[in-house]
Design a protein around this ligand. Structure first.
Ligand code: ZN
Length: 194
């Protein structure tokens, strides 16, 4: 596809967090409530919010889970498989936004509680790539690559899906289990290989 070229990529580790729909935000924080931006994230559209909520997964409760903006069509809670141990729930590994048939989860905000029938996932490892950059490397949306992580605990992650969009920036996203396995705390470096 793109021969033997090696492409360096920054790698970020995402801790447990949630995305909210407008309706669900209002159920948790009150009618007319708006998210407050705390910190810009690497993808230009995304930001960490001041808002935190509690999450209940089966028999386990997680306090102070960060809300990530902007608002989404559907509420989505992302945890790691390690988080789920002992909860009685085994969340599916899914791409963001692919929530059909995923596990139930309860969200507790300052103004209300929300029992969702689905929306809990373990995020599937992925790469964000801008459309222009994808053209340069002959990538297309949905391509599968491997990424070699350079660290004291080197790992090759296979089956990494590429997500291409005009406003994306080149970053790989892992969850905390994957980050720990590869010796990456918050940010590291990898090489896209094939
Ligand atoms: Zn991502």
């Amino acid at each position: 596809m793109w021969g033997k070229q090696k492409i360096k990529i920054p790698v970020e580790v995402s801790a447990r967090h949630c995305h909210l729909s407008k309706d669900d935000l209002e159920k948790l924080f009150g009618i007319g409530y708006e998210l407050k931006k705390l910190k810009q994230l690497s993808q230009p559209a995304d930001f960490a919010c001041e808002e935190i909520i509690d999450i209940i997964v089966g028999s386990k409760k997680f306090e102070k889970v960060r809300v990530v903006g902007p608002l989404r069509e559907q509420t989505q809670v992302e945890i790691s498989l390690t988080d789920a141990i002992g909860s009685g729930v085994i969340p599916q590994i899914r791409l963001s936004g692919d929530l059909n048939g995923t596990s139930p989860v309860t969200l507790v905000g300052p103004k209300g509680t929300l029992d969702l029938k689905e929306g809990l996932i373990v995020a599937k490892r992925h790469i964000h790539c801008a459309t222009e950059e994808a053209k340069k490397h002959k990538f297309k949306n949905g391509d599968i690559v491997s990424v070699e992580i350079k660290s004291d605990r080197p790992v090759i992650f296979e089956n990494v899906i590429l997500r291409v969009r005009d406003d994306y920036k080149l970053y790989m996203h892992l969850d905390t289990d994957e980050g720990n396995s590869a010796g990456i705390n918050k940010i590291g470096e990898g090489i896209i290989i094939l």
